[in-house]
Structures are given as structure tokens and as C-alpha cells.
Design a protein around this ligand. Structure first.
Ligand code: ZN
Ligand code: ZN
Length: 418
């Protein structure tokens, strides 16, 4: 018969080890639910900032239509003032000059309206859904979908955008592969438009605001002091109260009659408003256009500019030189950005409103190492054999991974580069 031997002294030890074991199990289970191999300070900061990003993104999305209305109202107000004050002023000076200015002004206006409208309604370009994307270089963590080179996820649109530049609240649209040209040319034409208004309106403003102030009628006689604090010209008092003694009531009446007539005052305020708007827009959009022009000349988007900067710094620390794979040279970058192929020059493609599509589908990109070299005679076009070789080289280059590119990139065989 078995005998049970109780050891009272060992009970606390058994309870303690059992509790410790249970605690370890629970802790491991909880940690396994939140395990992340990439957990670091940046990741934690990103997670903490997520609510702020959410508010900003939703706020931007909500305010988008109001920004569009504001742009339209601002543009319309400037055009109405130019018609109301500018055209009669120039017509009185020279009808011929007025006709020339109207032609130039309307050319700028048509281009501004066209590029703004197209930038707003043209989708920026999205990766195809529900089909294989052989060009995909990575996976979007938010869409859980393949991401072609130069594609980025827009948190405002909540979609992946081909060759995304940025989300523009003024267009209430993302700026990407398909509408980047409209966005840039809109800015350029707005800057040209406000410069046009400033150059041909500065004399008008000088005459109607500056000189008008200096030509105020001089004070005649001695000033009248009211309650020992306010001085008013005797001329006003005399003109309105010539037949009456200057009682307190009469002085009040003359003070109300002192401001200039409403029409003149409105005209003057409109000119001052135009001066503020045009100079402000010129400085703001002018500097933004120059910055974007610099990026376009280097073959990079706003997002890539940050990535390339970080990569340059990172590789410089290892004594390596970073080369932007999408930089094909300034001239070629510009031609590709503006979509200038054979048969479409600057006049048809830039100076006049044009709906032509950009180069390629935005899924594959020609890289600097694959760009066809111009022949010594300056022959145009792309040799198909050279392009096939380039594609093969691209695949090999992508596999061997050059230090220049963080994402694989293949040549856009469909393009006929000029
Ligand atoms: Zn995405
Ligand atoms: Zn967007």
C-alpha cells in the first residue's frame, strides 16, 4: 500500500515555479502577437505619429474641393479686375497695344485654365489591378499589392500612384505619371500670367494709387480742432457748411462726407488686391516652379529627391558615388517629361494646350545605363536591336544590383525616345 508523504516546506517553491512558468507563457504569447523583426525607434515613432497622419490626410481630403473652389475664385477675381480696370486703361492709351496684350493675355489664360482642369480631372496613373505586373519591384504594405518602380502609396488617396510626385491639395488630386506635365505647366503659365499682369499693370497702379494719394487737395485755411484732439481741414467744413456756423453737428456731417466716392475707393482697393495677389503668387509659385524644373532636369520626382539625397549620403559614407538611374541627361529628361516625340515640338506640345499622353505606361522606365546614345550624326530614334540588347542588359543589371538603384528598373521598350 502506497503512502503519501506530504512535504509542507516544498509547497511555496512549487507554487512559485508554477506561477513563474505561467507568467512566461502569457508574456511569450502576448509578445508573439506584436512581434516585428524590424522594430526600432523609427518604427515606434511612425506608429505614434499615425493618428496625426490620419488627421492630416483626412483633413486634406476633406478640404480638397474647397481648395479647388478657392483657386477658381481667385483666378476669376483677377481676370475680372484685369477686364474692368486694365483693358479700358490700355485702350485709352493705345488700341493697337491693347489688342496685342489681349491676345497674349488670353493665350496665357487659356493655358492656365486648360492645364488646371486637366491636372484636376486626369487620374495620376495607378498600377493595374487584378493582373500580373512583371515589372513590380516591391510590395505595397498598405495595398498588399505589387508595386512597379517609381510607384508610391498616397495616404490621402489611399492608393498606389505611378511615378508619384506628391498629393496636391490645390488640384485635389495626386500628381503622378499621367498628370505631372499638366501640374508643372499650370504653375509655369500662372507665373507667366501674374508676371504679365505685374509688368503691364505697374504703371496703372502707380498712376491710380500712388499719384492719386499725392494729388489730394491741399488743406486750405486753418485746421479746425474738435475736442482738442482731432484736426480736420477747413475746406471740408466750409464746403458743406458755408451758410451755417460750425456747430458740433455740422462738423460731424462734414466728417462723414470726407471719404472718397465708393466707385473710386473700390477701384483703388481692387488694384491693391491685384498687387498683393500677383506678387505673392509670383514669389510662391515662381520658386516652386524653379524647384520642380530643377528636379525634372535631373530626372527625379519630389519623393525621389528625398530618397536620392539619403542614398547619396549613405553611399558617400562608404566612399561610393550614387547615380540616379532615371537621369538620362537634362535634355532627354525634359523631352520625356514634356512628351515631345517626333512630330510634336514645343509649339504643339507646350505652347498650345495639348492632351498628349506621357511616354510609356508608367510601369517600366528607361535607365541611364540603357539609354541609347545619340549617333555622331545626330540621328533620331531608337534602334530595335539596341533596345532588345538593352532589355537583356537591364535584367542582368537588376539581378547583379548596382549600388546606384534601390529598385530594379527596366527599359521602356515601347518608347521611341527622341
Ligand atoms: Zn499602395
Ligand atoms: Zn493622393
Amino acid at each position: 500500500m502506497a503512502r503519501i508523504r506530504w512535504k509542507v516546506t516544498s509547497v511555496p517553491h512549487v507554487v512559485k515555479s508554477s506561477a513563474r512558468w505561467q507568467w512566461l507563457r502569457v508574456r511569450t504569447a502576448v509578445r508573439s502577437l506584436f512581434y516585428n523583426h524590424f522594430l526600432d525607434t523609427t518604427y515606434v515613432v511612425d506608429i505614434c505619429m499615425e493618428p496625426i497622419f490620419w488627421i492630416v490626410d483626412n483633413f486634406t481630403k476633406f478640404l480638397g474641393p474647397f481648395f479647388v473652389v478657392a483657386v477658381c475664385a481667385l483666378t476669376a477675381s483677377v481676370v475680372v479686375i484685369a477686364y474692368w480696370i486694365g483693358i479700358p486703361h490700355w485702350w485709352a492709351r493705345s488700341p493697337t497695344a491693347t489688342v496685342v496684350l489681349m491676345v497674349v493675355g488670353h493665350w496665357l489664360l487659356v493655358n492656365i485654365c486648360f492645364h488646371y482642369y486637366m491636372g484636376t480631372v486626369t487620374p495620376p496613373g495607378f498600377p493595374p489591378e487584378g493582373s500580373l505586373i512583371p515589372e513590380a519591384a516591391s510590395i505595397c504594405k498598405k495595398c498588399i499589392a505589387p508595386k512597379p518602380p517609381r510607384t508610391h502609396h498616397c495616404s490621402v488617396c489611399n492608393r498606389c500612384i505611378l511615378k508619384m510626385d506628391h498629393h496636391c491639395p490645390w488640384l485635389n488630386n495626386c500628381v503622378g505619371h499621367s498628370n505631372h506635365r499638366y501640374f508643372f505647366l499650370y504653375m509655369v503659365y500662372v507665373v507667366a500670367g501674374v508676371l504679365f499682369l505685374m509688368v503691364f499693370g505697374v504703371q496703372l497702379a502707380y498712376e491710380e494709387v500712388w499719384l492719386a494719394e499725392e494729388e489730394e487737395p491741399p488743406i486750405e485755411g486753418h485746421p479746425v480742432r474738435v475736442n482738442d484732439t482731432m484736426l480736420i481741414p477747413v475746406a471740408h467744413v466750409l464746403s458743406s457748411n458755408i451758410a451755417h456756423p460750425a456747430t458740433e453737428m455740422n462738423v460731424n456731417v462734414s466728417l462723414e462726407a470726407a471719404p472718397p466716392p465708393p466707385a473710386r475707393s473700390l477701384r483703388r482697393n481692387c488694384i491693391i488686391y491685384m498687387a498683393f495677389i500677383t506678387s505673392g503668387v509670383f514669389v510662391a509659385l515662381g520658386s516652386l516652379s524653379l524647384w520642380h524644373a530643377r528636379l525634372i532636369g535631373r530626372g527625379e520626382t519630389s519623393i525621389e529627391a528625398n530618397i536620392n539625397k539619403a542614398e547619396t549620403k549613405r553611399l558617400a559614407a562608404r566612399n561610393k558615388v550614387y547615380v540616379n538611374p532615371y537621369d538620362l541627361g537634362r535634355r532627354r529628361n525634359w523631352r520625356r517629361f514634356l512628351g515631345l516625340r517626333r512630330g510634336r515640338g514645343w509649339v504643339k506640345g507646350v505652347l498650345l494646350p495639348s492632351e498628349h499622353a506621357p511616354f510609356g505606361a508608367g510601369l517600366t522606365w528607361r535607365t541611364a545605363s540603357l539609354a541609347p546614345q545619340r549617333s555622331p550624326r545626330g540621328a533620331r530614334g531608337l534602334d530595335p536591336a539596341l533596345d532588345a540588347l538593352a532589355l537583356a542588359a537591364a535584367a542582368a543589371a537588376a539581378d547583379s544590383s548596382s549600388s546606384a538603384s534601390s529598385s530594379s528598373a527596366a527599359s521602356d521598350a515601347a518608347d521611341a525616345d527622341a
